[in-house]
Design a protein. Sequence first.
Length: 123
Amino acid sequence: MSWNQFRCTISIPLSPSTAIRSPCLLLFTAGKLAFFNCGDVRLMLRVPEKAEFDHPSSILYFAVPDIAGAHPQMSAAGVHFEDQPHRIAKMPDHDLWMTFFRDSERNVLALMSEVPHKKQTSP
C-alpha cells in the first residue's frame, strides 16, 4: 500500500450531537512509518515491530518543546521510560525526537519534539 493513497478523517466529539471533523494529510514517511496531520492531531501508522504493540490500541504522542529537559524531569517524578530520547527522523528544517514511556496501566505513550536545525554561520 502506498501511504499517499491513505485517506482518513478523524472525528473528535465535543458533545453528543457535535464533533470536529478533520481530514488527515500525509506529512512524511520514515522507513515503515507514516505521519499524518489531522488538524491539531498527529497520527502515526506503522506495522507493529514488537509483539507487545500488536493489539488494538494507540500510542498518544505528547509534543514537548524540550525533550532533553522533559525526560529527566519526568523520570525524577517516577515515570518509567522504555528508552532514552532519540532521533526518529531527520527532516529538512528539524529533527524529530521521541522517547516512550508507560502510564499506570502499562499503556505505551510517547514524548515527541521537533528540534530545529541550528543555523550555520559563515566564518
